[in-house]
Design a protein around this ligand. Sequence first.
Ligand code: PMP
Length: 293
Amino acid sequence: FDDRDGWIWLDGEMVPWRDAKLHVLTHGLHYGSGVFEGERAYGGNIFKLHEHTGRLIASGQILGFNIPWTAEEIDAACIDVLARNNLTDAYLRPIAWRGTEMLAVSAQQTKIHLAIAAWAWPNLFGNNRMKGVRLGMAQWRRPAPDTAPTASKASGLYMIGTLSKHAAEAEGYDDALMLDYKGDVAEATGANAFFVFDGEVHTPTPTCFLDGITRRTVMKLAINRQMKVVERTIRLEELKDATEVFLAGTAAEVTPVRCIGAQTYTPGHITQTLLDDYEALVRKTPEEVSRIA
Ligand code: PMP
């Protein structure tokens, strides 16, 4: 993924894609002291850019560091990256990490770096998305909020995501559904999960995983449609009673789920309505977006 044309914003400068390199003794690589974002631009507008930038800054603060750029500077840099790469519909990846000044668990004096890349990435699940994805059950659980900094979009937390996704793919699934440390339903490896019970839209309370920006958007879209939205603990045994299941995330957008293990689902009216509403929303201007959801 490093050998391609394009420009990456790195610590305040645009550098050619191939030259955006780090030293091997980078703290972020050894000790997982990195935080990142995933954003999407549609028709030249970055969807909920300022919210993503806010979460990036907050993620760093949870890991004990301040990103040395203001939210306005980071917003502007994201917009620059998109323009410089001649992209209007793209995925953006800002990432901040501790540098090379110290290489030990304690790394108070490390410089904080920030890079922003953008590339065309139609959907996390590619061609599978519209027909629905197949989920396997993950063997790894989301850790408790006093076991890991679960409110931060921290690179280190994705270790269990990659392990779970690889295991699911090895069994022929598209992704994995993760439980939390209590054994209740949590999320997929890169998206939040929604379940339809008796015509109502239910989603797990985000006590140990990200309260996704797409998740909150979809909840608002559902409310706008007069659907009943319920945030609660969802137990594993309840999955068989759901009539529709879908995922929501920046990269996944709204993606119907066809099965979780042996349990099959048929994407229905509620999933289709929210998928259509989300696709329409992301193409509106930022002002219209903030008025609607
Ligand atoms: N959970 C995980 C593990 C994720 O990686 C993501 C994607 N950032 C989400 C949930 C959804 O978050 P968002 O809607 O803000 O992209």
